[in-house]
Design a protein around this ligand. Sequence first.
Ligand SMILES: [Fe+2]
Ligand SMILES: [Fe+2]
Length: 166
Amino acid sequence: MIEMERLHRIWVSPLYRDYLSKIEEREKDRLFCKHDFAHGLEVARLSWIFSLEEGVVYAKDLVYAAAFLHDIGRWMEYDDHTRCHAHASAELAESLLTEAGYSAYEKKLIKDAVREHRQGEEKLYSSPLSVFLRKADKYSRLCFQCSFCNLCYKSEKMPHSQRLIY
Ligand SMILES: [Fe+2]
Ligand SMILES: [Fe+2]
C-alpha cells in the first residue's frame, strides 16, 4: 500500500527511535501505563476504527501518524514537569512529518490533534481527528485489569475503569 510509505518513514526514522528509547528509559520503573510503541499502535488502530465508524475519511497513514507521534515528547515532561507532553510532542512531530513527506495542511491537522489529545472536553477541537485521537488514547488503557489502578489519579475517569466497554 503506497500511502503507508510516509508512515514507514516515521517508523524507521532514527529521531523517532531515539524519542521512543528516551521514553522507555525514563519509564523503566514506572508502575502505571507506559507510552511505548505498543501504546502508539493501539491508539492508531482505535483512532482508525473510530474514524471509520463516524464516516470521516482521512488517509490511513495520516491517522496512524498522529497516533504514533501523540506521546513522542513524553520524555520532555519527565525531564521538566512544567512541560506538557502534548505540546512537546506536537513540536517534535514537525520535523518527523516534514521528513516523511506530509504537506503543510496535513502537518497542521496532525499537530493540532497531537496538541489537543490532553485538552479537556469543554474546549473545542480543531478537527474530528483530534476527537478520535483523544478518545482512542483513553480507550487504549485497560484500567480494570491494572494492578495499580487504585493508585492512579485518572483511572476512575477512564472508560475502562471497571469493565471493558465496546
Ligand atoms: Fe499523552
Ligand atoms: Fe497516549
